[in-house]
Structure formats: structure tokens, C-alpha cells
Design a protein around this ligand. Structure first.
Ligand SMILES: C[S@@+](CC[C@H](N)C(=O)[O-])C[C@H]1O[C@@H](n2cnc3c(N)ncnc32)[C@H](O)[C@@H]1O
Length: 212
């Protein structure tokens, strides 16, 4: 990434720090995605935030590793969700995934894969493919190009913007999702929904795919 992009970890540590007292519901997409997991799956949640989805997966009998690059939110989760059965780890998606090849039955990511330019995004998808077992599920959601925040700030790459507050956002189209998954995944569900996310009307792409 170029040097003029503000530090996104600082941004997220501050944002999480300001929101730790707010309740977080399970995302409807997590309930949908979980239906495609095999019983007792080993699940990796990327960019888990407050981890309500990870805790939901654990309550359904799955073994869950939930990761985020914000130490603030992972420390909070470790303290407040110690009885949830979820393992928490600080992990930056710009690094190689902290797991061996073919080690997970499912990778899940809600609204956390849309913070990178095209090159890094493609590297992340390649890493996800590596750590999934053959036939395993990859379920993720991302903000769509039809979202109300599309176009805010300066466009540094196609559909990638730095907001006036210094927040990097990559808006996905369905055709971009197909391009990202073309090599090695079969798509079972690809849809765009308009729904509330943390109190904001949002346009979100849902995708559930399987590793070929
Ligand atoms: C919109 S929140 C989504 C949180 C949660 N998955 C949910 O659906 O409520 C995006 C999350 O991605 C995390 N994140 C952003 N950039 C990241 C990176 N480079 N590596 C890991 N996590 C990152 C943020 O800390 C934040 O928790």
C-alpha cells in the first residue's frame, strides 16, 4: 500500500475502543452461512470484531478461531467471551494466514475483506483457498458498489476509496467477486441485499462458495 494511506489499525483500535459498550447482534448472514457448515466444523473467522458471529458458530458446536488485527477488540473479546469456547488471536489480514494448508472446514468473514486494494485482496483470497480443505465452505460479505458510501473521498484504485476521515474502503461488485473466486471455488450463493448494519442502511454482497 502506498505511504499516504493512514494507519488503518489505529483507526480500528480507536473505533472499537469507542464502541465496546454497545451490543452487537449476530449478523443474519452468519445464520445463513452456518447452514452450509458441516457439523462440528473447524471455522476461521477473519476480522471478527466483537465476535457475535464467532460465538454463534461455537454455540452450534463448531470449533472457532476468531481473528482481528485490532488488539483492542481481541483483548476485550478474550476478557468478556472467555466462556464462549472461541479462540481469539490478533492477526492482520495483510499477512499470510496463521494456519497450515487444508486445515479449516470453513472460512467466514463478515464485512472485513473490503479494506484492501486489488493486489492485497487477491493475495488474501489465495491464502483463504490455501487453508481450506477441498469441498470446504468460504462465506463472506462485503459492501457493494451500490452502498451509500460509494464514492466518498478520493478513489485510489477502481472502487477503492479513502474517506475524508482516512478510512479505506473497497466496494465489491458481483462481477469482481466472480473474478476473485474464478480460480478454485464454486459459488453456491451470490446475492446483494439491502439491510441494516450497526444502524446504517447498507448494500451488502453475500457470497457462499466451496473450494474445488
Ligand atoms: C465492519 S467490522 C466487521 C466486524 C464483524 N465481522 C462484524 O460483522 O460485525 C470490520 C473488522 O475488520 C477488522 N479489520 C480491518 N482491517 C483488518 C486487517 N488488515 N486485518 C484484520 N482485521 C481487519 C476491523 O478491526 C473490524 O473488526
Amino acid at each position: 500500500m502506498n505511504n499516504s494511506i493512514p494507519d488503518q489499525r489505529d483507526f480500528w483500535n480507536r473505533r472499537h475502543g469507542n464502541e465496546l459498550e454497545e451490543d452487537r447482534d449476530v449478523n443474519p448472514f452468519a445464520i445463513l452461512a452456518e447452514q452450509s457448515f458441516q457439523p462440528h466444523s473447524k471455522v476461521l473467522d477473519l476480522g471478527c470484531g466483537r465476535a457475535s458471529d464467532a460465538v454463534y458458530f461455537a454455540s452450534k458446536g463448531h470449533s472457532v478461531l476468531a481473528t482481528d488485527f485490532s488488539e483492542t477488540v481481541i483483548d476485550h473479546n478474550k476478557k468478556t467471551l472467555s466462556n464462549s469456547g472461541v479462540d481469539f488471536q490478533v492477526f492482520d489480514l495483510r499477512q499470510s494466514l496463521p494456519a497450515g494448508s487444508e486445515s479449516f472446514d470453513a472460512v467466514y468473514s463478515s464485512l472485513s475483506l473490503h479494506y484492501f486494494g486489488d493486489k492485497i485482496t487477491k493475495g488474501i483470497f489465495s491464502e483463504i483457498h490455501r487453508v481450506l480443505k477441498t469441498g470446504a465452505t468460504f462465506a463472506f460479505s462485503c459492501k457493494s458498489v451500490n452502498d451509500q458510501h460509494y464514492g466518498e473521498g478520493s478513489e485510489i484504485e477502481k472502487n477503492v476509496f479513502i474517506s475524508p476521515k482516512g478510512y479505506l474502503r473497497h466496494f465489491f461488485s458481483e462481477s469482481y467477486v466472480k473474478e476473485l473466486l474464478a480460480d478454485g471455488f464454486e459459488i453456491d450463493l451470490l446475492e446483494e441485499v439491502q439491510e441494516d448494519y450497526v444502524g446504517e442502511d447498507s448494500h451488502i454482497i453475500h457470497c457462499i462458495a466451496r473450494k474445488l
